[in-house]
Ligand binder design. Structure first.
Ligand code: AMP
Ligand code: MN
Ligand code: MN
Ligand code: MN
Length: 273
């Protein structure tokens, strides 16, 4: 069985439609797929009633949240996307994204970029407005050299466009997920660039708030990171999840089904589905 429990579509900041992603996952040999778009479950409505040729869909979402003034991502797996608690979370997040986008645009305009909100909105189309949409507009308008530069100078952690004011606390997102019958999973723990003791503090707070799992494999990562995350999941009694965090076919090193084997000592999250 190949599981990919972290992927994105163009309902958030991914490139592919839900149908295209499902097709690509099937081609790559994925047996169980979770689409975990940022703060939306729209992809599940789009795939309602579609024949997925034996592919099992595990309903999921990736919520943006804050922990100790830092942005963190909390995945909900095996949620009921139609549950009121998820609906409440999604509408809260939509409002947060709108308010945040206005503030990001204001800051980018101060930095010399005109029409940032309309430009990003146009990039997003009907998708949830997110920082990569701003980044694309910044590149297309010649304001930034590349997406990477746009994040490095303006949108990334600690930069003016990194605004967390409206995000809920980590505990709130855990409650939405638990209330809907889902499993809260801390996304990509190695991507917050925390010291070991700070990462342990995050995991302890996560468990205290009702968190149940963590990603042990997330996108491309090296052996040392995998060993560290494996050991932490065991020490903290957390279920282990894995996923590609796939966004776009342009990144050939990150694709649906890229992880095929959970470290043997871990308790896989799917044993709790
Ligand atoms: P948002 O959900 O609006 O806060 O945007 C965060 C998203 O931006 C992440 O989920 C990534 O997909 C993307 N992202 C974050 N950092 C970078 C980066 N340095 N380069 C490209 N994309 C990034
Ligand atoms: Mn993303
Ligand atoms: Mn994430
Ligand atoms: Mn993600």
């Amino acid at each position: 069985m190949i599981y990919d429990l972290h992927t994105h579509t163009n309902c958030s900041d991914g490139e592919l439609s839900a149908h295209e992603l499902a097709d690509r996952a099937i081609t790559r040999g994925v047996n169980a797929l979770s689409i975990t778009d940022h703060d939306t479950v729209l992809a599940y409505r789009q795939l309602d009633g579609v024949n997925l040729k034996g592919l099992t869909l595990i309903p999921g979402i990736e919520f943006s949240a804050i922990w100790q003034k830092m942005g963190v991502h909390i995945i909900g797996l095996n949620i009921n996307p139609n549950h009121g608690a998820i609906g409440e979370g999604v509408s809260r997040q939509q409002q947060a994204r709108r308010l945040r986008a206005e503030k990001i645009a204001e800051r980018l305009e101060k930095a010399g970029l005109a029409n940032a909100l309309a430009g990003a909105q146009q990039q997003a189309g009907t998708a949830e407005l997110s920082r990569p949409h701003f980044a694309k507009f910044m590149v297309e308008s010649g304001f930034s050299k590349s997406i990477e530069q746009a994040f490095k100078k303006h949108l990334g952690a600690g930069k003016p466009g990194d605004i967390k004011t409206w995000w809920p606390t980590m505990a709130e997102t855990i409650h939405w997920i638990r209330d809907s019958g889902g499993i809260p999973v801390l996304a990509h723990p190695h991507k917050y660039w925390l010291t070991r003791s700070k990462l342990i503090a995050l995991l302890d707070d996560f468990v205290l708030a009702g968190g149940m799992g963590m990603e042990v494999l997330s996108g491309p990562q090296d052996k040392n990171q995998t060993a560290q995350l494996r050991d932490l999941s065991i020490q903290k009694g957390l279920l282990a999840s894995m996923g590609s965090d796939f966004h776009s076919p342009k990144t050939g090193w990150c694709y649906p089904g890229m992880h095929t084997q959970m470290p043997a000592a871990c308790k896989p999250v799917w044993t709790a589905f």
